[in-house]
Ligand binder design. Structure first.
Ligand SMILES: Cc1cc2nc3c(=O)[nH]c(=O)nc-3n(C[C@H](O)[C@H](O)[C@H](O)COP(=O)(O)OP(=O)(O)OC[C@H]3O[C@@H](n4cnc5c(N)ncnc54)[C@H](O)[C@@H]3O)c2cc1C
Length: 308
């Protein structure tokens, strides 16, 4: 097999892709994992992964993910910090275009996960990295003693508000709905935390500041009242967009933009599998994404052995 030819290429370096790489290499397959920009995906910036088996007190994602990568390297998987930018069927194989040239695979696991959605309001992009952020654990120590805002009402928003609370003077959660959609454990902790304040039925309309975030303009749904909240940090968790645009028209996606698969994580194209939060019906948790990675790699191994 030539240098640029692999049994299996895995697109994605989140917990699904890392686990697929490890499992595929352990099965003796020549495996390359393209991690994209972020080795560890969302988990790498999470202070405490909750609900992951074996870690009753949680574990930081930046500790767990490099261990899985090391395990994969030990098993023989190759890792590259490059992105897959296109995928083409090529004479019974898959040709993957990457930032470092083309590579070929007999089978491919798509594990490119999701990206956090933005608010799309004025000032957000200009103030990104200057107060507007998606990473509570990275920025919390820099905002010690300050007032910060969190936008959203799901698991990620509440979990990250709880990460910020020990550092910040006050955390204000701004949510457009009338109730949270997060797990009840997070809702209870937020309700019991005296440092966290909640504003329901409120939307952020603008991030304001010159060189650094100073405040956000909010509007209350219903009466339309606007006001300015003075915050030094704004953390945005308003949903996830599947990272599938790089696939072009290759696959028909579901209505959320995710990849439909069967029980063995096969797409409708031979030799093409999908794992983790990029696939339809994912449970959206770290444990399920890791399980998907392992299951997809074993399905690939069977496919390479007997074509099923
Ligand atoms: C704020 C927050 C807190 C969370 N907390 C928890 C928790 O406590 N417990 C829990 O169980 N779950 C938690 N989750 C959910 C968990 O993060 C996801 O279930 C998990 O990260 C999904 O893993 P994944 O590998 O499918 O995708 P991702 O983590 O999204 O990883 C995607 C990977 O693909 C790469 N990539 C993207 N495009 C390309 C491309 N074109 N080519 C190559 N690589 C590419 C990225 O660089 C990244 O490495 C949380 C999520 C968020 C956002």
């Amino acid at each position: 097999m030539k240098d640029a030819e692999y049994d299996v290429v895995i697109a994605g370096g989140g917990i699904a892709g890392l686990t697929a790489g490890l499992t595929s290499a352990r099965a003796g397959r020549k495996t390359r994992v393209l991690t994209g920009a972020s080795l560890g995906g969302h988990l790498v910036s999470i202070e405490r992964i909750d609900g992951y088996p074996g870690f009753p007190d949680g574990i930081p994602g930046y500790d767990l993910c490099p261990i899985i990568q090391e395990q994969g390297v030990g098993a023989g998987a190759e890792f590259a910090a490059s992105e897959a930018t296109a995928l083409h069927a090529d004479g019974g194989r898959w040709r993957v275009t990457t930032g470092q040239g083309d590579i070929w695979a007999r089978a491919l696991v798509i594990a490119t996960g999701t990206t956090l959605k933005t608010l799309g309001v004025p000032g957000e992009e200009q103030l990104r990295g200057k107060g507007v952020s998606h990473c509570a654990s990275c920025d919390a120590p820099l905002l010690r003693g300050r007032i910060v805002g969190v936008v959203g009402g799901g698991d990620s928003a509440l979990q990250e508000a709880l990460t910020l609370a020990p550092h910040a003077a006050r955390v204000i959660i701004v949510h457009r709905g009338t109730a949270f959609s997060a797990q009840s454990a997070y809702v209870q902790q937020v309700q019991q935390n005296p440092k966290i304040e909640v504003r329901f039925r409120t939307i952020v309309e603008e991030a304001i500041g010159n060189g650094g975030l100073k405040s956000v303009r909010t509007r209350t749904i219903g009466d339309g009242k606007t006001g300015d909240l003075e915050v030094s940090g704004l953390f945005v968790y308003v949903g996830l967009a599947p990272a599938t645009p790089w696939l072009g028209e290759l696959l028909t996606l579901d209505s959320s933009g995710r990849i439909p698969v069967d029980g063995a994580l096969r797409t409708n194209l031979p030799g093409l599998f999908a794992a983790g939060t990029v696939r339809s019906g994912s449970a959206g948790r770290a444990a399920s994404a890791a399980g998907d990675g392992a299951a997809a790699a074993l399905s690939v191994d069977r496919y390479l052995t007997d074509g099923t």
